[in-house]
Design a protein around this ligand. Structure first.
Ligand code: CUV
Ligand code: SF4
Length: 626
């Protein structure tokens, strides 16, 4: 009963709410994690296979057990196949999310998208031009129709390369061609991965992993990039704006609605309904002071980036926020929504609502959103949430929110620099900024919540490395107070000087998980300006607390694009030293970057600093020894 939960999380709100949940007799992801320990060693090492019904099979890594599955697949083949399927699932998830946005764009173009519209026509035209859609003299909706058509084609294109690869440095594109990993149709690469990993198809572990890179690249330069770009077209390209983070963003005297998931198609409409005068008046008639919308996970990040909507928490906080007893309704779309979450909600008055036909959950009411009904559906749900306000019992909001700034799109960053990336490059050349790191990905109960993200970020900015972040990492850093201009006192002198002059924080919120492509696009712009490849830049990536298949796909497209990437949790590959060696060493000679695995964020910071200083040296810039 005196447990302080400091082993589970560094976030004070999480510690206090875990204690509350313990008293309320609900269980959380941490409890369920304990019941799974010890994890199956075969699965942990990637050595179990259930790809067919001659099995399931497992390989004995040490003893005198079997060295091959029934079909003869050995450790290398099984590990590579399992990793390949992990990448395929991740790439499919981001890309399908992108496709849903393209379908909304198509509906808007046809005049059917109730409540949706084109918000960034400049971006619409830029993207249309990249896809060869002629612009001159055409109405926006016609351009949108032709662009939506071209984007839908991109998923199944018979051409040999994805269109948006044109943004990558020429050297990188040539390298992909020479390795035969230039991504083709987005669906094709995922489908081919499922084919290759069927029993009796690709049984060369190296060729499987090469296709894994191709599949991941079809996400990074295809599905995710389309998701990010079309979100900007429909909902606006983000610009810096103030916001707040942690569970203290919930309001005791207001109706609280939380959106959870990834796709802004639903959450944007919910936001509009929350802001409508009729709904606010209804809330007031029920004795509330208003309607407060907050986010968790990436659909929250999408709203934060474009509207400054506050973030109540990241992945491991999704159950805890309900324990405040202050949430009238949680509306979910898809991805990273734990199926147990309604069990926590059942201890309180919270209504749980699912909205996508492809994502249904036990204990939730299902209300399907379409572009055609979205506006009315959002209003109906908000109304229901308001009416639930009177069912509230005790409310426990134990912390004050932390201020943050979000909304750093590439356009916003370049805008802050005066219209070109030149000043950023100058600061890097002068050594004031040593380099940049993207810190991304989830929480995972294997790692103390937020500890990996926050510690790594703190060490990097201290050492004059600019941090850009997305997803749950970005929320962790917001809760830690790193995302306000005043946080420059935590940065080294050079980074402090540059960020101070620009009036920006040392840690820039780049958005949701599909927005990791914003990091790729910025890196490409820097590489192109210098006439080098992405792998030549003093940059790195990290996923200190990753858990999901999507994160695996992101990590692989970062590395395949030339970005050295440090993972916290070990992926399930240790059953094959050949695979481990390729991922952590061999890839350097193949794509100019590797993975490293380092659960200790202090050590991860050293690895990243060393990488960045080595890259500076190779570019002929001054280098510090690390
Ligand atoms: Ni994708 S970052 S848990 S919600 S994938 Fe979900 Fe964003 Fe990880 Fe966080
Ligand atoms: Fe076993 Fe091979 Fe079937 Fe996998 S594919 S379950 S290793 S027989």
């Amino acid at each position: 009963m005196n447990k302080t939960y400091q082993q589970e999380t560094i976030a004070q709100d999480s510690q206090l709410l875990l204690k509350k949940i313990e008293n309320d007799a609900a269980t959380t992801v941490w409890d369920r994690y304990q019941t799974q320990l010890p994890h199956c060693g075969f699965c942990e090492m990637g050595l179990s296979c259930r790809n067919c019904v001659m099995g399931p099979c497992r390989i004995d890594p040490f003893g005198d057990g079997p060295r091959q599955g029934v079909c003869g697949a050995d450790a290398e083949i099984i590990v590579a196949r399992n990793l390949g399927r992990m990448i395929a699932a991740g790439a499919a998830s981001h890309s399908d999310h992108g496709r849903d946005l393209v379908e909304v764009l198509a509906q808007v173009a046809e005049g059917n998208g109730s409540g949706y519209q084109i918000r960034d026509t400049a971006k619409l035209k830029r993207l249309a031009a990249e896809f060869g859609v002629t612009i001159d003299g055409k109405a926006d909706l016609l351009i949108a129709a032709e662009l939506a058509d071209a984007l839908q084609e991109e998923y199944g294109t018979r051409r040999k390369a994805l269109t948006l690869l044109g943004r990558a440095p020429e050297k990188r594109r040539k390298l992909w061609t020479s390795l035969n990993i230039t991504p083709r149709g987005i669906d094709r690469e995922t489908s081919e991965m499922m084919h290759r990993t069927h029993m009796g198809v690709d049984n060369d572990w190296q060729s499987l992993l090469l296709h894994g890179m191709r599949n991941a690249l079809s996400d990074g330069w295809g599905g995710s990039l389309i998701a990010s770009e079309v979100s900007d077209i429909l909902f606006g390209t983000p610009t810096p704006r103030p916001t707040q983070a942690n569970v203290g963003v919930l309001k005791k005297d207001q109706v609280n609605i939380i959106v959870h998931g990834h796709n802004p198609v639903v959450s944007e409409m919910v936001l509009a309904a929350c802001q409508s005068p009729e709904m606010i008046a209804l809330a007031e008639s029920k004795g509330a002071q208003g309607i407060n919308l907050a986010g968790v996970c990436c659909t929250g990040n999408e709203l934060l980036m474009r509207h400054g909507v506050a973030m109540a928490g990241n992945h491991l906080s999704t159950e805890l926020v309900l324990a405040t007893g202050a949430v009238e309704m949680m509306i979910v779309d898809y991805q990273c929504i734990m199926p147990a979450i309604s069990q926590v909600a059942a201890c309180y008055h919270t209504r749980m609502v699912s909205t996508s036909d492809k994502a249904k959950f036990p204990g939730m009411t299902h209300r399907e959103f379409h572009p055609l009904n979205a506006k009315e559906m959002a209003v109906a749900l908000v109304k229901e949430a308001v009416e639930n306000f009177s069912n509230r019992k005790t409310v426990y909001i134990p912390v004050e929110p932390v201020a943050a700034v979000g909304g750093f799109s590439v356009e916003a960053v370049v805008g802050a620099l005066g219209g070109t990336p030149g000043p950023l490059l100058d600061a890097i050349k002068a050594g004031k900024i040593r380099g940049a790191a993207g810190i991304v990905g989830c929480n995972n109960p294997q790692i103390k919540q937020d500890h990996g993200h926050v510690t790594l970020t703190r060490r990097l900015i201290e050492n004059d490395i600019l941090v850009v972040d997305t997803g749950c990492a970005a929320v962790a850093n917001a809760k830690a107070g790193f995302k306000v201009a005043e946080a420059i006192h935590l940065a080294g002198p050079g980074l402090q000087e540059i960020c101070g002059a620009l009036g920006i924080p040392p840690v820039l919120h780049f958005g949701s998980c599909v927005d990791n492509v914003r990091i790729l696009v910025l890196a490409s712009a820097l590489a192109n300006a210098l006439g080098v490849d992405i792998s030549d830049l003093p940059i790195a990536g990290a996923a200190p607390e990753w858990y999901s298949e999507k994160a695996a796909a992101i990590g692989v497209y970062f590395v395949a694009s030339g970005v050295y990437t440090v993972l916290g949790p070990m992926p399930p590959v240790t059953g094959s030293m050949a695979v481990v060696n390729l991922l952590t060493q061999g890839l350097e000679d193949i794509v100019g970057a590797t993975f490293a695995v380092e659960p200790d964020p202090e050590q991860a910071a050293v690895l990243i600093r060393r990488r960045i200083e080595n890259k500076r040296k190779a570019l002929g810039l001054d280098a510090r020894s690390v």
